[in-house]
Design a protein around this ligand. Structure first.
Ligand SMILES: [Fe+2]
Ligand SMILES: [Fe+2]
Length: 175
């Protein structure tokens, strides 16, 4: 079933939003590198890679549905934050915004009675629960330790464990 114009336009916007998300997290990764917190930087780099994957899922859906992917300029994200907590609060707020965007896409798919798009979008509905929860978990930890360096290094060691798992060739599942 060929995708309708309204959903096609909205998904093209979402591709740009996912790539912008990737850019924000890459910028946050660089910020954490500059602070000497390689674990935080690693976590953000993994997240940046995941966001590219999200964009590619939308890309493939449009292609499979005989739509046309149109890429646009990506806005420049901020480059500095006041503290690790400020960066993670920004990331958490950003994911809440993305959740609202995904919800609006589901609303549009329902309005257009596009069940294929709706089914496809459900993966993102679940993914956004994970995205918000994982950012919020770090916000909570940073709030608990305040600015105690020992606590910061412990969280840094924990976030160093995150590994980005690339999808199998041809599949953009997971993430
Ligand atoms: Fe995303
Ligand atoms: Fe995720």
């Amino acid at each position: 079933m060929v995708i309708g114009q309204a959903l096609q336009d909205a998904i093209n916007k979402q591709i740009n939003a996912e790539l912008y998300s990737s850019y924000i997290y890459l910028s946050m990764s660089a910020y954490f590198e500059s602070l000497g917190l390689p674990g935080f930087a690693n976590w953000m780099r993994c997240q940046a890679q995941e966001e590219v994957l999200h964009a590619m899922k939308f890309y493939h859906h449009l292609c499979e549905r005989d739509g046309r992917v149109v890429v646009a300029a990506i806005d420049g994200p901020a480059t500095d934050w006041e503290s690790p907590l400020d960066a993670f609060e920004t990331a958490y707020a950003h994911e809440q915004k993305v959740t609202a965007m995904i919800s609006a896409l589901v609303d549009l798919a329902e309005q257009e009675k596009d069940r294929a798009a709706n089914n496809f979008l459900q993966w993102f509905v679940g993914e956004q629960v994970e995205e918000e929860a994982s950012a919020k978990a770090v916000v909570d930890k940073l709030n608990l330790i305040k600015d105690a360096p020992a606590g910061l290094f412990m969280v840094d060691a924990e976030l160093a464990q995150r590994v980005f798992v690339a999808p199998p060739p041809g599949g953009e599942a997971g993430a």
